[in-house]
Design a protein around this ligand. Structure first.
Ligand SMILES: [Zn+2]
Ligand SMILES: [Zn+2]
Length: 533
C-alpha cells in the first residue's frame, strides 16, 4: 500500500498522486503544469494502460488537464468525481484540447516558415472526448464502493463548483488505512458556493498549501466597489470591460451585478446591458444553474427560494456567435462586457480590448490574478500601449483592479482545516504550494498542531501500511535550456503507449478460451511481421 508523489510538489500546479493498494493502481488528480515550472516531475511509474481508475478533486486544469493525455496513452478506466465536476470537465477538457491544437497549429505555421520540424499537440479533441466518456459523476457524502477493498467519499471543499476533498479507505489483508486528499481548500464567504466542509478523521492527509504563508487582505464590500466603477464609467459614456475566467469568476460577477441591479446601486442608466461574451463562460453559467441544489450556499439558496435566479437579471445578454460578439461594439450605449480569457492572452476579450482600450471614457476592470508575461499583467502594471492582433493600441481607458474574492483558503483557513482532525494523523504531506508556502505551513503544522508533517518532492514514495518512507526524493531543478530540448515526438509516445496497452490487454485475457488466445496471438504476430523492419 503505497503513495507516490508525482506533481504539485513544492509547486502549485500539476497535481497528481499515484497509489497502489488492494491490488489496484490509481491516481488522484492528473493535472497540467501551468505557469513557471521550477522542479522536474517524475513520470507516473506504470504505463497509463495499467492504471485502474482515477479520483478527481475538481475541474481546474491544473488538476484535470492531463487526463486526455493519460487517455491518449491507453488509460481506459473510470474517472470518479462529483456530478458538477464531471459537467465542468465536459466543457473544460474540450476547451483545453482546443487550446492544445490551436497552439500546435500556430507553432507549426511558424515552424513551416522557418523550415523546422512540426510538433504534435499533446492531445487532441478525440482524446478529450474519450476522457469525458470515462467520467463517473458521484454525489457528495455518499460511500462510493470502487472495489471490494477500496471505497471513497467526496466532501465539498468550497473552492469551485463541484470541488471536493476525497476520503479514501483501503484494505489489505484485513488492515485498513484511510487517506484524505484535501483538494484545493476554499475560502470562506465566497459568493454562490458553500464554505469548505472540514473532515475529522484520517490516518494520512495530503493537503494543499497555496496560501500557506499568506493571509488574505480584508475583503472590501465587493458589490459597492463594483457599482462605483460602473456608475463612474457609464456617467462618462464608456463601457466597463471585465476580462474574467470563464468558470467561477464570471458567475461571481453575475452574482454581484444582479444585486447591484436589484438594489438600484447604479443610477440613471436604466436596465443597463451586461454581455457575457465567451462561449465557455455561457456553458459554465448553465452548469452552475444546474447544480444549485448540491453546491449553492444558504444565501444563494435563499435568493432561489424567492423565485429569483442568483446569477441572472434583466439586461443580461449571453452572446455566443461571433457575429453577436462583433455587434457588441457597434452599439454605443454604455454596457458591461465580461469576456475571457481572464489574462487577456487569448479569446474574444482581445477584440473588446481593441475597441475599448483607446477610449478614455471606458474602464478595463481586472478581477483576477495576472501572470507575468500576459497582456493583462502589462496593463495592470501601467503599460502605455499594448499590441493586439499585431496592432499597437493606445491605453487611454481607465485601468482598475478589484482583487477578486480568492478561491483559496489563506493561512488561517488552512490551519483551521488541518486543526479539525480529532486525532493527529500519522503523517501529513504538504503539497500544492510554492517552496516558501509549503515549508511555512509544514512547520506551523508541526509547531502549533504537533502533527508529523513534511513537504515531499516529486518521486517520494511512502508505505501507508507500514508508515515509513520507501524513498525520499531530492529536488530536481529544471534548467532553462532543458525545457526547450525535452520534447520527444508525441506520436512515438502514443505508439509506445499503445504497446503497453497491448500487454495489458493480453494480461486481461489470461484464462480465456484457447481459440481466442490463439486468434489474438496470430493477429499480433502478423502485425509484428508487417512492421518489424
Ligand atoms: Zn483549483
Ligand atoms: Zn489547484
Amino acid at each position: 500500500m503505497q503513495i507516490t508523489f508525482i506533481g504539485a510538489t513544492h509547486e502549485v500546479t500539476g497535481s497528481c498522486y499515484y497509489l497502489e493498494a488492494a491490488g489496484k493502481r490509481f491516481l488522484v488528480d492528473c493535472g497540467m503544469e501551468q505557469g513557471p515550472n521550477y522542479f522536474e516531475n517524475e513520470e507516473i511509474p506504470v504505463p497509463a494502460s495499467d492504471i485502474d481508475f482515477v479520483l478527481l478533486t475538481h475541474a481546474h486544469i491544473d488538476h484535470s488537464g492531463k487526463l486526455p493525455l493519460l487517455y491518449s496513452r491507453g488509460f481506459r478506466g473510470n474517472i470518479y468525481t462529483t456530478y458538477a465536476t464531471a459537467d465542468l470537465c465536459n466543457i473544460m477538457l474540450r476547451d483545453s484540447a482546443h487550446i492544445q491544437m490551436f497552439e500546435a497549429e500556430w507553432k507549426n505555421r511558424k515552424a513551416r516558415r522557418a523550415g523546422k520540424a512540426e510538433i504534435e499537440p499533446i492531445y487532441d479533441m478525440e482524446d478529450a472526448l474519450g476522457t469525458i466518456e470515462k467520467l463517473v459523476g458521484c454525489p457528495y457524502k455518499e460511500c462510493i464502493q470502487i472495489t471490494d477493498d477500496i471505497h471513497v467519499e467526496f466532501t465539498d471543499a468550497g473552492h469551485l463548483l463541484g470541488s471536493a476533498s476525497i476520503e479514501v479507505w483501503m484494505r489489505e489483508e484485513g488492515e485498513e488505512r484511510k487517506i484524505v486528499f484535501s483538494g484545493d481548500i476554499g475560502n470562506k464567504n465566497q459568493p454562490l458556493i458553500k464554505d469548505p466542509t472540514y473532515l475529522h478523521n484520517a490516518d494520512y492527509v495530503v493537503m494543499e498549501s497555496t496560501y500557506g504563508n499568506r493571509s488574505h487582505e480584508e475583503v472590501c464590500d465587493y458589490t459597492t466597489a463594483l457599482a462605483e466603477v460602473i456608475q463612474k464609467t457609464f456617467d462618462r459614456g464608456g463601457n466597463v470591460v471585465i476580462p474574467s475566467f470563464a468558470v467561477g469568476r464570471t458567475q461571481e460577477m453575475l452574482y454581484f451585478i444582479r444585486k447591484i441591479k436589484a438594489e438600484r446601486m447604479v443610477q440613471g442608466h436604466g436596465e443597463f446591458a451586461v454581455v457575457v461574451d465567451s462561449p465557455l463562460a455561457v456553458e459554465a453559467t448553465t452548469i452552475f444553474q444546474r447544480h444549485y441544489e448540491e453546491c449553492f450556499d444558504e444565501e444563494a439558496m435563499e435568493i432561489l427560494g424567492k423565485g429569483i435566479n442568483p446569477i441572472t437579471f434583466p439586461g443580461l445578454k449571453l452572446s455566443v456567435t461571433s457575429e453577436d460578439s462583433k455587434a457588441i461594439n457597434f452599439d454605443e450605449k454604455p454596457k458591461v462586457i465580461i469576456s475571457a480569457s481572464g489574462m487577456c492572452d487569448a479569446g474574444r476579450i482581445k477584440h473588446h480590448l481593441k475597441h475599448n482600450l483607446w477610449r478614455k471614457e471606458c474602464t478595463i476592470l481586472f478581477v483576477g490574478y495576472q501572470a507575468i508575461g500576459t497582456p493583462g499583467r502589462a496593463l495592470t502594471e501601467g503599460a502605455p500601449q499594448v499590441k493586439i492582433f499585431g496592432e499597437e493600441i493606445q491605453v487611454n481607458a481607465e485601468i482598475k483592479i478589484l482583487p477578486g474574492v480568492s478561491g483559496h483558503a489563506d493561512d488561517k483557513g488552512l490551519m483551521e482545516w488541518a486543526g479539525a482532525f480529532e486525532k493527529a494523523p500519522r503523517q501529513v504531506f504538504v503539497c500544492h504550494g510554492e517552496e516558501v508556502s509549503c515549508e511555512v505551513l509544514t512547520s506551523r503544522l508541526e509547531n502549533e498542531l504537533h502533527y508529523q508533517a513534511m513537504a515531499p518532492y516529486s518521486g517520494t514514495v511512502y508505505d501507508l501500511k507500514e508508515g515509513v518512507f520507501v524513498r525520499t526524493a531530492e529536488p530536481v531543478v529544471i534548467k532553462k535550456q532543458e525545457i526547450k530540448t525535452a520534447k520527444v515526438s508525441s506520436v512515438y509516445q502514443r505508439l509506445l503507449a499503445a504497446g503497453h496497452r497491448l500487454l495489458t490487454v493480453i494480461k486481461h485475457n489470461e484464462g480465456g478460451a484457447n481459440k481466442d488466445l490463439a486468434k489474438l496471438t496470430g493477429q499480433i504476430n502478423s502485425l509484428c511481421d508487417k512492421w518489424d523492419r
